[in-house]
Design a protein around this ligand. Structure first.
Ligand code: TYD
Ligand code: MG
Length: 469
């Protein structure tokens, strides 16, 4: 007979099943179901208290602006990502791989805020108070009046926070180390994480304090285990970077109080994270403008123009099926651009491996990158280097037409600021930009881009006559 007093909870998505299953039916993950007490599943509590509701008053949609002002962290790149500062009573989940700099960023934000006279509490479930202090003193923040504790019991934390003045900001580092006696599951399980997050969210909503929770991220980019937490919080921010590189990108994945396309750029230095106010210069640093296969995209990240180099390598394949590898861009988008170049640009790529890389570790997902990627691919295939002082932007349609993208003026202005002299873009994006100091070339179809680049190819390149028909 089946045991009626236990349920099985998926540690990945939080789905509840009555029997053990090798594969979760909700998220299709294998070996994620673990046995837990029944009171801990989704909805278990709601059913228990049914029928005893309290009557409450409904309110009109329009009404007095009771919204408290946002709290500025004093770190402009962080405020940009949160949409202009922390909203009182909101909960932010910040995810990132171990060692990327989450604790460093948060202790810096806490210290700034505390120096501005706000009450700030930093709770570490991973490090001892002495370790946090040591880090703060290395960062030159030791004299900031941040209140510290090394605790993992959410019940104790909330009881402590409710004493004294309400904090403006509470940092919980990390949510995976927290546990509450309200759940019987062992610490670290999805049930504990969810119940702890729930308690902290309730605390934030009822008191108006802003709570930031750190969440660890697994190799495949999921905030480990508690994907459910992502749905419960007001904003999810991810902190990314590449192992060997010094800079880090803060990106809003979800934001109930602001846009999700803004990025914040930081550099990890010996003295902690410093803000990078001109990311284009950083992404373009050290590039070899004379090599074929590199094109500069005049891109946009939210409201900010960002210039970044797109590198392509197109080489004859030695395999039956040519390789297609891409870093920092959508592989489906690359396949589409390659198909359009074959169908409408007259290129033959079936016998070539194609590698595409967005330099500097940035991840791009705006369609304006199509034209720069295409230019880099054509340049690599034909061996014809693109002008080092030129930028590209535009969306490529399946018909081979190059379609306009927004913010043409912003993109051109940023390119001019960084010393670029020419731009290739769809005609629509260049309308009204005659005053730009750049030499503008309108490109309305992919075939004209191929013709322009191929015309500059070195004469003795053996690739050219066969590759471009
Ligand atoms: P940390 O904030 O502990 O990462 P997380 O909380 O995301 O796990 O950052 C640790 C890394 O940052 C560590 O590898 C050392 C580096 N670091 C610096 O380079 N400079 C600094 O001033 C600090 C404090 C850390
Ligand atoms: Mg940490």
């Amino acid at each position: 007979m089946a045991k009626s007093h236990t349920t099985f909870v998926c540690q990945n998505c939080g789905a509840v099943a009555q029997r053990w299953q090798g594969k979760c039916e909700a998220c299709n993950e294998w070996n994620t179901m673990t046995e837990e007490a029944p009171s801990s599943g989704i909805g278990a509590r709601a059913v228990a208290g049914m029928g005893k509701g309290r009557v409450f008053a409904l309110e009109a949609l329009q009404g007095g602006g009771r919204e408290a002002p946002r709290i500025h962290s004093g770190i402009a790149e962080l405020d940009r990502v949160t949409g202009g500062g922390f909203v009182p009573g909101s909960v932010i989940l910040i995810g990132g791989e171990p060692g990327i700099g989450k604790s460093t960023l948060l202790i810096q934000a806490c210290a700034r805020l505390a120096l501005l006279g706000r009450r700030v509490v930093y709770i570490s479930g991973e490090e001892a108070v002495a370790q946090v202090r040591l880090r703060a003193s290395r960062l030159g923040l030791a004299d900031s009046p941040v209140e510290l504790a090394a605790e993992t019991s959410v019940d104790d934390i909330i009881a402590t926070l409710k004493q004294g003045e309400r904090p403006a900001l509470v940092v919980i580092d990390s949510i995976q180390t927290m546990w509450t006696s309200a759940a019987e599951a062992s610490p670290g399980t999805v049930t504990q994480v969810r119940m702890s997050a729930q308690a902290l969210i309730r605390y934030a909503k009822t008191t108006g304090a802003c709570v930031i929770m750190v969440g660890h991220v697994t190799k495949d980019g999921q905030i480990a285990g508690p994907r459910v937490v992502e749905h419960m919080v007001d904003a999810v921010v991810s902190f990314e970077g590449e192992g060997g590189r010094q800079f880090r990108i803060l990106r809003a994945v979800k934001n109930r109080f602001g846009p999700t396309d803004e990025i914040g750029v930081f550099e990890m230095t010996g003295a902690g994270l410093s803000e990078v106010t001109n990311p284009s210069a950083l992404f373009l640093a050290g590039r070899d403008a004379s090599a074929p296969g590199a094109a500069v995209l005049a891109g946009m990240e939210g409201t900010r123009p960002v210039l970044v180099e797109i590198q392509a390598l197109v080489a004859p394949t030695s395999l039956g099926t040519p390789r297609r590898a891409v870093v920092g861009w959508d592989p489906a988008r690359l396949s589409m651009v390659l198909a359009v170049l074959e169908a409408h640009g007259g290129l033959r790529l079936g016998q070539h491996d194609v590698y595409l890389n967005v330099a500097g570790g940035l991840r791009i997902d705006e369609p304006a990158a199509d034209l720069a990627a295409a230019a880099a691919l054509i340049s690599s295939l034909t061996g014809s280097a693109l002008p080092g002082d030129g930028v590209y932007f535009g969306e490529i349609a399946l018909s081979g037409a190059v379609r306009p993208v927004s913010h043409g003026g912003h993109r051109l202005k940023e390119a001019a600021k960084l010393g670029f002299r020419s731009a290739v873009a769809p005609p629509g994006a260049l309308e009204g930009q005659e005053k730009s100091p750049l030499t503008l070339s309108a490109c309305g179809h992919i075939a004209s881009l191929v013709a322009d680049i191929a015309a500059r190819a070195p004469k003795r390149n053996p690739q050219r006559p066969t590759a471009v028909s």
